[in-house]
Design a binder for this molecule. Structure first.
Ligand code: FAD
Length: 528
């Protein structure tokens, strides 16, 4: 049996900090929720790197929202449900599309500046959207602009305490009630405890579980793993979205070439310079992401190549102006997207499943909420519609603040009582181990066997190796690298188990041995 906590500790011996609300993570979900909670009490933000380092920071395309008279929440809902492969929770989608416009307005009031033309918001089209409804900032730097505006705002608020470079290790619980969290200072390695009335996990996705990913190093899914250890229900982790167009460049991480490049007219060619999407889907390059990712994988196999090409040479607006971030990055590695084809290959991009919540962000554990990419609200189903995730962070962050407000009206905040929590598990001797090497092997295994195309044989092989690695979870951990590895092993186990269990293909989960969708038997969540 694995110890409940990753580290041994005794709460009464730890330096302890108190506040009303703890928010784990400083992407769009964490920062926006903190600002919404501000009027209700003192907020403490804990984040394991610098404040802006997050998936949000790298979001390019934009935020999907139904504004203007040619669009409506109803059309947005239709598109979301369709992309989700008959697996979204319609109630959650309704909340997302109806409450999205108000939350985006508020984001703008908080200081986010979206691109405009002649005083009106400029919108673009992305795959599987019926309308051009994607708001963007500085062309393709939407996430960075959101992080800029929200981080500036939280820094100016006296009742928000910001703790950077603090790694959240575990949630402190007793009888399924959450009291606080156990943390480690990344610089000193010192453990501490943070105690609060409510804990909000906004800790992002797990892209780093795969060797090819568009996600930054921090995206190790810690929040999902630690919620699991605490007894929270984790749902639908087999649904991992693989983005079709990560930049293929040997030796560098997969930089994203946003879908909006295809939205503006770029087309996909194989290495023989043949356009191939017409043979796969009537929506061509703007078919849902899972379909485009599999088509590219198929073409790479047929042409024995590690990439295909994205031809953006004929899009109307000047590439350097419309996509300045992508243009700059491509130029740095010697590609001019205005004149040359961009080599691209799929990469792990987004975690559709996660910590199960209701439409108010509540988990099954008392006082624990989750929002943003670490949560499973049901809005994305088996396949997230492009640009819906930034919106999800806002809408459900807002709902969490409403729910907490309601709870406080009913039961006003009391002084937090002292509680004794400890872990004294026997652990394997803490012999040094090469966590970087194991992380790399695990990432490669997940990409090869639990990636875009899955089979029983591949998944079983992966599960065997992961089972061996699980013995690491009995060790003592003393660094951020080791804690992240422990979380990645936990998540690899959950993703692989769920992928083995789901004997059908749906959205982003594709089983070669069960290639059809099976609504009669599998229109149900897989939960651990
Ligand atoms: C390259 C790229 C482009 C994208 N483009 C778009 C787009 O155009 N539109 C769209 O809607 N979505 C896009 N996405 C997806 C979207 O950016 C994310 O889903 C969204 O930003 C998630 O926000 P979040 O707040 O939930 O998590 P994140 O923004 O990932 O924030 C998570 C935070 O938690 C912190 N954290 C994690 N673990 C711990 C721990 N143990 N202790 C303390 N802190 C911790 C992290 O450091 C980080 O601050 C893109 C993603 C990527 C990677």
């Amino acid at each position: 049996m694995l110890p409940r906590y990753l580290m041994n500790f005794e709460l009464s011996h730890l330096k302890t900090f108190y506040s009303d609300f703890l928010v784990v993570g400083s992407g769009i979900a964490g920062l926006y929720t903190s600002l919404k909670l501000l009027s209700l009490g003192e907020v403490t933000i804990l984040t394991k790197n610098k404040l802006t380092e997050s998936n949000t920071e790298y979001a390019q395309g934009g935020i999907a929202v139904a504004l203007g008279d040619k669009d409506s929440p109803h059309l947005h809902m239709e598109d979301t449900l369709k992309a989700g492969a008959n697996f979204c929770d319609p109630k959650a989608v309704e909340v997302l599309v109806n409450e999205g416009p108000k939350c985006v307005e508020e984001l703008i009031e908080m200081g986010t500046k979206f691109d405009k033309i002649e005083g009106k918001f400029k919108t673009t089209l992305e795959a599987a959207h019926q309308r051009p409804r994607i708001l963007h900032a500085q062309g393709d730097a939407t996430g960075a602009e959101i992080e800029r505006s929200l981080s500036e705002k939280v820094k100016n608020e006296k009742t928000i305490k910001i703790n950077e470079n603090v790694l959240v290790i575990d949630i402190l619980t007793k009888n399924n009630i959450c009291y606080g969290i156990l943390t480690m200072d990344n610089q000193t390695g010192k453990l501490a405890a943070f105690i609060a009335k409510f804990i909000i996990l906004a800790s992002g996705g797990l892209g780093q579980l795969f060797s090819n990913t568009t996600n930054p190093e921090v995206a190790t899914g810690d929040g999902i793993a630690l919620a699991y250890r605490a007894g929270a229900t984790i749902a639908n982790l087999e649904f991992i979205q693989f983005h079709p167009t990560g930049l293929y460049h040997k030796g560098s991480p997969k930089f994203l070439i946003s879908e909006s490049v295809r939205g503006e007219g770029a087309i996909l060619l194989n290495t023989k310079k043949e356009r191939f999407m017409p043979s796969y889907h009537p929506l061509l390059e703007l078919a849902p992401r899972d379909i485009v990712a599999r088509a590219i994988t198929d073409q790479m196999k047929r042409t024995k190549s590690r990439y295909v090409f994205l031809d953006a040479t004929s899009i109307k607006e000047k590439f350097s102006k419309r996509f300045p971030t992508i243009y700059k990055y491509c130029k740095e590695i010697g590609i001019d997207p205005e004149k040359e084809y961009i080599p691209v290959a799929p990469a792990a991009h987004y975690t559709m499943g996660g910590i199960k919540t209701d439409t108010w962000g509540q988990t099954n554990l008392t006082n624990l909420f989750a929002c943003g990419e670490c949560s499973s609200t049901g809005v994305h189903g088996a396949n997230r519609l492009a640009s819906n995730s930034l919106l999800e962070g806002l809408v459900f962050g807002n709902r969490i603040s409403q729910k907490i407000n309601e709870k406080l009206i009913r039961h006003p905040m009391k002084k937090i009582k002292k509680i004794e929590i400890y872990c004294q598990a026997s652990r394997l001797l803490s012999k040094e181990f090469n966590s970087a090497k194991i992380r790399k092997e695990l990432q490669e295994l997940m990409w090869d066997k639990v990636g875009i195309i899955r089979t029983f044989k591949g998944l079983t092989e992966a599960q065997k190796k992961i089972d061996n690695w699980k013995s690491f979870l009995l060790r003592e951990f003393s660094s951020i690298e080791q804690v992240e590895l422990a979380n990645l092993i936990t998540l690899a186990d959950l993703v692989t188990k769920s992928a083995l269990e789901r004997k059908e293909s749906r959205g982003a989960h594709y089983r070669q041995d069960f290639p059809e969708r099976d609504d009669a038997n599998w229109k149900k969540s897989i939960e651990y």
